[in-house]
Structure formats: C-alpha cells, structure tokens
Design a protein around this ligand. Structure first.
Ligand code: NAP
Length: 484
C-alpha cells in the first residue's frame, strides 16, 4: 500500500495517542477516480469524541497560557513541514478527493500559507486602553483564547479548510477537536501527524473520524467546547446553529454558495473566459465559490458562449494523478445524479445543451464538462448549488436586471463580474449581496483577505485579520480607586 511518505494515518489522534474506534469498526475510503479502496479509518462516535474533548480541555490550561512566541514557533515549523511534504500530501489529497494534482499542490500550499499568516497575525492581536470618564480609573480591553474549538470540515477542500481553522485556533491559544469529512479523512489525519511531528503538545490537536451525527452531537452537546467552526452545506450548518443554542457556543459557518458571474458588454472577453474557467471548473465545479449562474449581456452573449464552449471542450478529463488532467471525477454518485437532474430539469424547461450534458465515457463518476444556454429563473440551478461541472448561461439586457437576478437567492458567498466601467464596479460593490466579490477575476481567495458569506452562506470570516477574531474573547477590565 502507498504510505504517501508515511502520512497515511489509519487511526485517530486523541490526546496525543493514535487510537482506533472503541468497538473496532472502520469506514472505507475510496479513490473516486478508480473506485479502489484506499484504506479504512476508525468509525468513532460519541465516546471517543468525549475523550478527545477531555484531552483538549486538559491541554487548554497550559496551551492557552503558553508563550505566544512558542506557539508562533510551532506554527512556523508546521508551515515548513507542510511544504516539505507537499508532494505526498498532494498525492494523498488527489487519491481520496479526485482533484487534479496541480490543484492539490495548490491546496497544500495555500493551507501552509494560512498557517504562516495566522502565526504572523497573532502578533498583532492587540487589545485597547480606553479613555476613562474619571481620573481614578483605567479601562482595559484584552483578548483571550475562546477555549476548546470543534472544527468540522467538508470533503471538497479537506486540507485547506482545516488550515483556516487550525491556524487561527492554535495561534490564539485554543485547542481543537477536528472532524474531517468521511469521504476524505486522510488529509485531516495527515495534519494530525504533522502537528505531532513538529511538537504540538498532547491534546492540543485531536482528529476524530466516523459518524457525523455522533461526533457532531458530542461536540455540540459539550459545555467544554466553546466554539464550533463548520464548513459544509447550509442544511447541516443550520442544524449545528440550532444545536449550539443549548450551551450558547460561538459559531462560524462557511456554508453553501450560488455564485453569479456577470459578463457586461464592455468586458475583456479573454479575461472573462479565463475567469469563467477557473471559477466554474476548479475541483470539477465542486467549490463553494464556483460559478453557479453565468449572466451574460446580450451584446457579448454569443461570443462569450462560443469561447466558453471551446475552452470547456478543451478540458482534459481523467484521473487527477495523471499528468495534464484538468478535470477529475466527481466525488460520488449522488453528486453526478444531482447534475444530471439539473440538466434534465433545465432542458425540459427549454435550455439548450451547447456541449457535454452527460456522464463521461470514462465511466464511474466522471462527467462531461457541460455548457448550457437559455437558462431561466425557474430552473433548479437558479436557486440551488450545482456542485458539478455545469455552466448555465442566462442572457440579460440591462445592469439592474443582472444585479436583481444575481441577488435572487438565499445564498451570498461569492459573486464575479467583468466590466471596465469604474462607476459600475462601485455600484456592484454596493448592490451585490455577497461576502466575496471578484471584479475582472474568477479567483479571489487569498490568506490576507477575509473569506466568508452573507445571508444563508454563513457567518464569520476565515483569513484576513478578521479570521483570528472568532477565536478570541474580548474582556473589559475597569481598574478603579487609583486616586488614593
Ligand atoms: P456536508 O454534508 O454539510 O458535510 C460537511 C461536514 O459536516 C462533513 O464533515 C460531514 O461529515 C459533517 N456533518 C454531516 N452531518 C453532520 C451533523 N449532523 N453534525 C455534524 N457534522 C455533520 O457538506 P459537504 O457535502 O461535505 O461539503 C459541500 C458543501 O460545503 C457545499 O455546500 C459547499 O458549498 C460547502 N462549502 C462551503 C465553503 C465555504 O467556505 N463557505 C467551503 C467549502 C465547502 P460526513 O462527511 O461524515 O457526513
């Protein structure tokens, strides 16, 4: 069996020890490109999660009071270890998730960059001395780690989504119980191994795999877990928000999206096509910031569609581990069926398939990158996340109509627009109800900027200086009686 540089961990990290499930049961992890079994991971539940929370709570006492320079030093070591192991980590990621190796390498690199960013940013997590209303008082605002953090991550970015949570939590002085997605647990477990290797104390980082319901339930029920950070579907996010009420936990939610991509007549067509390809087909269309709806102005519509067709047909579909592959398999059969259903719904309502439209000849969960025109607001993908390699093109006439259509969804994560009109750029920034706005680019994510959605796409930010805030409590201290 390929050990991926010794990073393939088939046990869970709990309190510094690698453990199996109490009842010895496991879950299978498959390579989505081949359907071949990669290995198993423990099928843990409530009991093991409670142990992990206990370990994290115990470790918190020392870790939260440790020297900031010590934590920063470990984070820098972790950053270096990630980059030193970039190749095996990327191969492991591709093997369990399916994305092309080039994208997997990029994910490891940005994950490392988040760790370095938060190692730097925590040095600027300043408090305040507030002017007091009377001379005998001093008012101080100080910041403190929030406590044990529960971190639940999805399968589409199993490495970088964990980085965005571990980075700020560990920098702030929090300890963590993480639950990776069951389809892609190995990337998360590899993070556990690297944290252990570089010297994070026992119990500071715990990684538990298994039943989402049981692990999630134990995390949400525990009064020791003071914060939960979740990336995943809006549906599960809502469940967790409800569950957080009983112990009034802080929550950060990075949920689903339904990104509009608006191309105005004055757009640079080359740039728009480049951005369209990145924002639509990265990770086979399975990112929360993937374009879900292309709105293209009438004057440029036909040219845009012709170019999008050519670029889409040029995509090389294959096993992500093979050289040159640009589109891997989708994660599972359910994902494929959802895309098929959306195409059937759209064509029944009058949409026209320009290219693709069906399962790929490679079989399994490979799907033809697809472009469809004549999209209308009554079609399923107008309001639901596609999460697959399907470009749905709507035509519009005037700016107001495009903005209104773009906002006609409960989601509010990413939006893109291509225009050279500077006045319009600022109107878009004012009027688009989205947390991330890309103007003349299809790729906005960077460690320096806050990532997060509005409306039902979530709450809280990851990255940027804001990314640390959710892991810190603010205390105010009033010192009185200073005139004597
Ligand atoms: P998901 O089904 O919501 O699962 C996400 C995570 O939650 C997994 O670890 C899953 O475990 C776990 N989970 C499921 N049910 C749970 C429960 N009852 N209690 C606690 N945890 C539970 O989402 P997904 O299909 O993995 O990911 C795709 C979704 O994530 C898309 O909607 C995408 O837009 C969103 N996403 C958002 C962002 C963002 O930054 N806004 C980034 C990436 C992805 P199991 O795997 O064991 O079921």
């Amino acid at each position: 069996m390929n050990s991926f540089g010794g990073l393939l961990q088939t046990s869970n990290l709990i309190g510094g020890k690698w453990r199996d499930a109490n009842d010895g049961t496991t879950i299978d992890v498959l390579n989505p490109a081949s359907g071949v079994l990669l290995g198993t991971v423990p099928n843990c539940g409530e009991g093991e999660t409670r142990l992990a929370i206990e370990a994290a709570a115990e470790a918190f006492a020392d870790w939260s009071r440790s020297n900031m320079s010590f934590r920063v030093g470990l984070l820098h070591k972790l950053h270096d270890a990630l980059l030193d192991n970039c190749e095996p980590l990327a191969q492991l990621l591709t093997a369990e998730q399916g994305k092309p190796l080039a994208e997997a390498r990029g994910e490891i690199a940005i994950g490392a960059a988040y760790i370095r960013w938060f190692a730097e940013e925590v040095r600027r997590a300043k408090g305040e001395i507030v002017p007091a209303p009377t001379a005998d008082r001093r008012l101080m605002v100080t910041r403190h780690p929030v406590g044990v953090v529960g971190a639940i991550t999805p399968w589409n970015f199993p490495s970088s989504m964990l980085a965005r949570k571990l980075g700020p939590a560990l920098a702030a002085g929090c300890t963590v119980v993480a639950k990776p997605a069951s389809a892609t647990p190995y990337s998360g477990l590899a993070w556990g191994k690297l944290c252990q290797d570089v010297g994070f104390p026992e119990g500071v980082v715990n990684i538990v795999t298994g039943s989402a319901h049981a692990i999630g339930g134990a995390i949400m029920a525990s009064p020791d877990v003071r914060k939960v950070t979740f990336t995943g579907s809006t549906e599960i996010g809502k469940v967790l928000i409800r569950q957080s009420a009983d112990s009034v936990k802080k929550v950060s939610m990075e949920l689903g999206g339904n990104a509009p991509f608006i191309v105005f007549d004055d757009a640079d067509l080359d740039a728009a096509i480049e951005g369209a390809m990145i924002s639509k087909y990265r990770n086979m269309g399975q990112t929360c910031v993937c374009t879900n709806r292309f709105y293209v102005q009438a004057g440029i519509h036909d040219k845009f569609v012709a170019r999008l067709k050519d670029a889409t047909e040029a995509l090389k579909v294959g096993d992500g581990s093979e050289d040159g592959t640009q589109q891997g398999p989708m994660i599972d059969e359910a994902g494929v069926k959802k895309v098929e259903a959306m195409i059937a719904d759209a064509t029944a309502k009058g949409a026209h398939i320009v290219t693709g439209g069906k399962r790929h000849a490679k079989g399994g969960t490979f799907f033809e990158p697809t472009v469809l025109t004549g999209a209308t607001s009554d079609m399923q993908f107008a309001t639901e996340e596609i999460f697959g390699p399907l470009s749905a093109v709507f035509r519009f006439e005037v700016e107001d109509a495009a903005i209104t259509a773009a906002n006609a969804t409960e989601f509010g994560l990413a939006a893109y627009a291509y225009t050279r009109d500077i006045g319009r750029v600022f109107r878009l920034n004012d009027q688009l109800e989205y947390g991330l706005i890309g103007i003349n680019t299809g790729l906005v994510t960077t460690v320096e900027a806050p990532f997060g959605g509005l409306k039902e796409s979530g709450m809280g930010k990851e990255g940027g200086s804001q990314g640390l805030d959710d892991y810190l409590e603010t205390k105010y201290m009033c010192v009185a009686g200073l005139d004597g």
